[in-house]
Design a protein around this ligand. Structure first.
Ligand code: PRT
Ligand code: ZN
Length: 292
């Protein structure tokens, strides 16, 4: 078998070369048991323990590479996917790179609703998404496409408003701007080429199974607690668990140890109820993988 034959059997993944999505992309692969050891400084690297080849690219280029099948799949922000409008499929949300694409105006401006934007100049690096939004709202405004430092545009008189990515909001704040509308909630997603060969699709299914197990584990915690036997029924009724909780007798007469899995979202509510019901020695442990 030649080198090319061997590589054609590998799933080709495009991730960001450097920037906000790079580290989390590598971390996710690592949590899926996939090691990318050789040189992030190169254009591509091979996984040592999964039939995967990783291409390091600018995030803006990833949708095009996936559409053209240079890469089979990619990790990229939804903001980029919807801006580029390439013919690719979004397969799975990855849970990192969360941000929103928002409109903002000067803080001293009285914003009364989207009508405010009529006839105004809006600076953005997302002209496609912004123009779709304005069309949908029936607003005629002038879009100024700029590639960086969008947040300074109102301050230097280049625009009346901006449409940009926001996460903490501190960039808007520091530039004297107020966020007025959210156009899109975004996070990193896995995208794929529309015509994956069956063998590649099988590899993708294996990778997706791992990603889903990692994501599920991140959202859940393993909980261990001690319960007096006369309160056991009440305590068990508070625990959702994967099936039913594990209950083991403790060496001390009249007490049991209860093990279960809790979702991050209802975590604190349930802990409070468990304590009130008489649970003691509550331990909460992160879960590394959750296979369901
Ligand atoms: O070189 P390359 O083209 O690959 O990278 P890039 O410079 O285009 O992108 P990069 O690394 O900045 O961002 C990559 C992706 O991260 C984006 O496409 C989003 O999907 C996601 N992401 C998540 C963000 C942010 N959060 C974010 N806060 N991308 C950019 N920002 C910027 C925003 O543009 C603004 O300047 O951060 C500033 C706002 O942050 P806050 O916290 O002050 O609100
Ligand atoms: Zn970019």
């Amino acid at each position: 078998m030649t080198q090319t034959d061997q590589n054609s059997g590998k799933l080709k993944l495009a991730i960001q070369k450097s920037g906000r999505l790079h580290d989390d992309s590598i971390r996710l692969l690592k949590e899926c048991g996939i090691d990318i050891s050789n040189g992030v400084n190169k254009l591509k690297a091979e996984a040592s323990n999964f039939p995967l080849e990783v291409y390091f690219l600018r995030d803006d280029d990833i949708p095009q590479y996936v559409e053209d099948a240079v890469a089979d799949i990619g990790f990229v922000g939804e903001n980029v996917v919807y801006e580029k409008k390439k013919k690719i499929d979004v397969v799975e949300k990855l849970g990192f790179g969360k941000c929103r694409l928002s409109l903002a105006v000067r803080r001293n401006e009285e914003y009364t609703g989207v009508q405010f934007l009529s006839g105004k100049k809006i600076a953005t690096s997302y002209p496609v998404i912004l123009s779709d939004f304005l069309k949908e709202k029936g607003i005629a405004a002038e879009i100024h496409e700029i590639s960086g430092s969008v947040e300074i545009a109102p301050g230097i008189g280049l625009a009346d408003a901006i449409c940009d990515l926001v996460s903490s909001g501190s960039t808007l704040f520091m530039n004297g701007l107020q966020e007025t509308e959210t156009i899109l909630q975004s996070q990193a997603v896995l995208v794929k080429n529309k015509n994956l060969a069956p063998a590649k699709q099988q590899l993708l299914n294996r990778l997706l199974f791992r990603i889903q197990s990692v994501k599920k584990a991140r959202n859940n915690k393993y909980i261990l607690l001690n319960a007096p036997n006369d309160k056991l029924a009440e305590i068990i009724s508070l625990l959702p668990g994967m099936k039913s909780p594990t209950v083991l007798p403790l060496a001390e007469e009249g007490w049991s140890s209860v093990h279960s899995v809790l979702n991050e979202n209802d975590f604190w509510d349930i802990i409070e109820q468990l304590k009130a019901a008489g649970a003691q020695g509550i331990l909460v442990v992160p879960i590394e993988k959750m296979i369901v």
